[in-house]
Write a protein that binds this ligand. Structure first.
Ligand code: CU
Length: 189
């Protein structure tokens, strides 16, 4: 049977120990159970920050994504210079993330392969943008919804801006419909 050290290595993260402190990996079947626990506690979704060769077309891929609460979303730069930045007063815009959720701003990513990650715990819709390309409509939308969520209750964010800056017209036109994200799990351009 695997030792605890081997189990942790197999799980990939020391988090495994936190996720399943009750597991005795010396017991038959424990390793399988442990893998399931790791999967639940350590969901990661990836979004690529893309651009065509000339930099005239820029986009998040996928532009729309549904994830379970607690998922870590990681943005990875493929080329050009991009950021992943939540629409939120702390970033100079009216909020388009759920009340009580933590806003984020990756700052500029400049080297291919560079990445930035946030963990999204609060259910709801998160709209975000790329600082240098917001006016060009480089935005993305993440819907955090647990299994069996009442999807009809999920609302478009940011109807009232409270006098704060709304997204640019190009950005507003680019957000994928929530229904498309829920239907497909991901929306790609
Ligand atoms: Cu960009």
């Amino acid at each position: 049977m695997p030792t605890r050290r081997e189990f942790l290595r197999a799980g990939g993260l020391a988090l495994a120990g936190l996720a399943a402190p009750w597991l005795d990996t010396r017991l038959p079947g424990a390793r399988l159970l442990a893998s399931a626990a790791v999967a639940a506690a350590d969901r990661v979704a990836e979004i690529r920050m893309r651009s065509d060769a000339l930099g005239s077309r820029v986009w998040f891929d996928p532009i729309g994504l549904r994830v379970m609460p607690g998922t870590t979303v990681r943005w990875v730069l493929e080329g050009n210079v991009h950021s992943a930045t939540a629409y939120h007063p702390s970033n100079g815009f009216a909020s388009r993330i759920p009340a009580g959720a933590e806003p984020w701003d990756s700052g500029m990513l400049t080297e291919p392969g560079q990445s930035f990650a946030v963990r999204l715990a609060v259910p709801g819709v998160y709209d975000y943008y790329c600082i240098p390309h917001e006016m060009a409509g480089m935005v993305g939308r993440i819907v955090v919804a647990p299994e069996g969520a009442d999807v009809d209750a999920i609302r478009e964010p940011g109807q009232a801006t409270g006098g704060l800056k709304p997204p640019s017209p190009a950005a507003l036109a680019a957000f994928p419909p929530i229904a498309s994200i829920l239907r497909g799990g991901a929306v790609r351009l």
